[in-house]
Design a protein around this ligand. Structure first.
Ligand code: ADP
Length: 488
């Protein structure tokens, strides 16, 4: 039997491998933390050589668990998006640190390009914003500042993390799937691939870039030496796109929200390329048989990191789950609101200079009120996104949630209450890995389509709205007031 699927999930803070049965059961996992490097304020780097070593270690554990390479029908890779790696084509060795998506070193470059009026055209082509978050400016910056890249001459290659891992696994295949490519700001997502105008904008030569591929097909074989036999790589997607697929958001309008360190909401829009007028992003959610499907995306910078801050910096809680009994221990927020703008505000406000606030404090306020207000802030931020999506024509009928925070039942119920829609939480919370397994299942031919592969999904738990309109409105008014003070 070769019906197992191996998933490599290369995230920002950890690298993981998971083994799935063709039916979708998770049979095992291996995980290693990724070292975070902060060489200067605003700079965030990873060591791509470390990522490669850790990936190989974790994947090998899963191949052993499966009983050998011949028991695995295909590999699916999902990854932190936008992070870039340069390497030498002859050796596969990195030519400098990986510049991570959180890195802000190109803020000035982006501001200058904006002043020159480059954003509207760039936005129309890419669905993104002129922001250091995306890969294009990072690539352009490194080409200008790192002499070793010039020295590599025609042996220079660049790519996002999945591209680098495929290169190493296959021993020389230089590809990137359309979802990852759509986050570089170098690709015209509605029509073709790499765009000459965008390449010029960021000073990136076309010949160092990978070929853009589908997300599910037989893309290439791993070198036999890695796993004691070749395995086909059959699925590739960025992490948020993989989570959208793993949540079964396959029809237009279906929406998922991942509450991890930050929160990322994607609404599937089908074959229609959405054009946001309300500060959301457009992105490719998958490409199969050359056919692109799109999504509207809203990114909130601070979600679970607010809970980490309550734990590590304020010492208000010992561990993140403590917030749940604390929130339940009081009947309401006591007038306390938290605006979690600790690293500015993302969608739909996009105010990088906004700063966080805790408002409405009196001597009656306890740490329980603050913990509750911190959790409530997730529903408040989601509510603002829901309005922006609706204004762009993407009404949420229900919301599928995942990520580390949604283990919190109180928060899941509060989301349903404040959004006034059903909220669905899968029993298997690793939706990103499941999405990559679904893509690999399609690419390997175990399933005909993503719709078929959705059979890999398991039971879900539903949270329905129970709050009355008056209470909801009171909360929303309090939030609007708090937000207005932060946005001043
Ligand atoms: P990432 O993938 O971004 O590293 P995860 O999806 O693993 O993040 O989620 C981890 C985040 O979830 C942490 O920031 C943590 O504070 C938060 N978290 C974990 N459990 C809970 C909980 N029960 N209640 C609230 N927040 C939680």
């Amino acid at each position: 039997m070769t019906s197992h699927l191996l998933v490599i999930d290369e995230g920002t803070t950890s690298t993981r491998a998971m083994l799935f049965s063709a039916a979708g059961a998770c049979l095992g996992r291996a995980q290693r933390p990724v070292t975070q490097h902060y060489p200067a304020p605003g700079r965030v780097e990873h060591d791509a050589a470390e990522i490669w070593t850790l990936t190989l270690e974790c994947a090998r554990e899963m191949v052993t668990l499966a009983g050998g390479a011949d028991k695995i029908a295909g590999i699916g890779i999902t990854n932190q998006r936008e992070t870039i790696v340069f390497w030498d084509k002859r050796t596969g060795e990195p030519l400098g640190p990986a510049i991570v998506w959180q890195d802000r070193r190109t803020a000035d470059m982006c501001a200058t390009l904006k002043q020159r009026g480059a954003e509207p055209t760039m936005q129309a082509k890419t669905g993104l914003r002129l922001d250091p978050y995306f890969s294009g400016s990072k690539i352009g910056w490194a080409l200008e500042h790192w002499p070793q890249l010039k020295d590599a001459g025609c042996n220079l290659a660049v790519g996002t993390i999945e591209s680098y891992l495929v290169y190493r696994l296959t021993g020389g295949l230089h590809i990137s799937d359309a979802t990852n490519a759509s986050r570089t700001a170098l690709m015209a997502i509605g029509s073709s691939g790499w765009d000459d105008g965008l390449l010029d904008l960021f000073n990136v030569p076309r010949d160092i870039l990978p070929e853009i591929t589908d997300c599910a097909e037989r893309l290439g074989k791993t070198l036999p030496e890695h796993f004691g036999g070749s395995i086909e790589i059959c699925g590739l997607a960025g992490d948020q796109q993989a989570a959208t697929i793993g949540q079964g958001c396959l029809q237009p309008g279906q929406t998922k929200a991942t509450f991890g360190t930050g929160a990322f909401v994607l609404t599937q829009t089908g074959r229609t390329l959405p054009q946001s007028k309300h500060r959301l992003l457009s992105t490719i959610v998958w490409q199969i048989d050359g056919e692109r499907h799109y999504a509207l995306e809203g990114s909130v910078f601070v979600a679970g990191s607010l809970i980490q801050w309550l734990r590590d910096d304020l010492g208000l809680i010992v561990c993140a789950p403590d917030t749940e009994p604390l929130a339940r221990s009081v009947s309401d927020n006591g007038g306390v609101y938290v605006v979690p703008a600790l690293s500015g505000l993302g969608a739909p406000h996009w105010q990088p200079s906004a700063r966080g606030a805790i408002l409405g404090l009196s001597f009656a306020a306890t740490k329980a009120h603050i913990a509750r207000a911190a959790l409530e802030a997730m529903a408040h931020q989601a509510h603002d996104l829901k309005n922006a999506f609706a204004a762009d024509g993407a009404e949420w009928e229900e919301l599928r949630i995942d990520g580390g925070m949604v283990a919190n039942d109180w928060m899941a119920q509060d989301l349903a209450d404040m959004l006034a829609i059903d909220v669905e939480r899968p029993s298997f919370i690793e939706t990103t890995a499941l999405g990559a397994a679904m893509l690999a299942g399609v690419g390997a031919g175990l399933y005909k389509s993503l719709q078929d592969a959705a059979a890999m999904r398991q039971a879900v738990m539903r949270f329905s709205p129970q709050m009355n309109d008056r209470e909801r409105q009171k909360r929303l008014d309090g939030w609007a007031d708090a937000l207005a003070r932060v946005l001043m």
